[in-house]
Design a protein around this ligand. Structure first.
Ligand SMILES: Nc1ncnc2c1ncn2[C@@H]1O[C@H](COP(=O)(O)OP(=O)(O)OP(=O)(O)O)[C@@H](O)[C@H]1O
Ligand SMILES: [Mg+2]
Length: 228
């Protein structure tokens, strides 16, 4: 816990100044969530969740910045938190980071005509994350950014655990469930072929024949029928 970044308070006047001229990228029923400032910084707002939650002790904004730092240390491209602030009046945290120039994988797939290359690359990217001990629970195609040079990067990194060694098979299978959470993403992977995607993943992850059988039985348990 001593590694936690500290948040500093932000006043209403400072917040107005910070967001001057910003464009709203995302909102939900609680209010604004993601803003883009004229100097290409993202402001991401975090609202308190349920009354009794670990987020009260370890807020999501702090998790986000901590995870981002650990990901970078492991060689995964992600954002770099600049400010971590607490808005007392509205009881919400905010972070700021420079925009990573890129497009989400979800939008990219709707624009390109070589979708298969991107999905094959996704399979090996997932294997890389798992080899590095990263269990990214929000791993859907809207949280993976395709950068200008074609590399993949991660955004929305608050919800993950990072362990020192590679993920075990059970955790890998659970992560496939997270990956298939959104209908649009499932449709993309379905048309590519789940079996084919899994084969690419297993090859990239270097999974032996005996472990492959176990991985597949976990997948049967964790992901909806009719996929793997
Ligand atoms: N660093 C970034 N670079 C480029 N675009 C970004 C970046 N961060 C966010 N965006 C854009 O803003 C959108 C929303 O950002 P983000 O995924 O962080 O929030 P969210 O999905 O609304 O939040 P949550 O998943 O917590 O509900 C992304 O889909 C992407 O289009
Ligand atoms: Mg997101």
């Amino acid at each position: 816990m001593w590694l936690l970044p500290r948040s500093t308070p932000i006043s209403a006047a400072e917040f107005r100044q910070l967001r001057a001229g910003a464009r709203l990228l995302e909102r939900d029923y609680r209010g604004e969530k993601v803003l883009l400032t004229p100097d290409n910084h993202i402001i991401k707002l975090f609202y308190p969740r349920r009354r009794f939650t670990s987020a009260r002790i370890y807020p999501y904004a702090h998790r986000f910045c901590n995870n981002a730092r650990q990901l970078r240390e492991k060689g995964i491209i992600t954002v770099h938190c600049e400010q971590l602030r607490y808005d007392r009046t509205n009881r919400r945290h905010l972070i700021t980071y420079p925009l990573l120039p890129g497009t989400t994988l979800r939008s990219t797939l709707n624009e390109v005509n070589n979708r298969e290359d991107y999905l094959e690359k996704l399979a090996s990217y997932l294997a890389t994350l798992h080899a590095k001990g990263i269990l990214f629970r929000s791993v859907h195609l809207g949280n993976i950014l395709v950068l200008e040079n074609g590399d993949y990067g991660l955004i929305d990194v608050a919800d993950m655990t990072i362990q020192p060694g590679p993920l075990g098979l059970r955790k890998r299978a659970r992560n496939f469930r997270h990956l298939l959470h959104d209908r649009e993403d499932r449709e993309q992977l379905d048309s590519y072929g789940y079996g084919r995607f899994l084969e690419h993943y297993e090859a990239a992850a270097g999974i032996s024949d005996s472990r492959r059988t176990r991985l597949r039985s976990y997948l049967k348990r964790y992901v909806p029928a009719s996929t793997f």
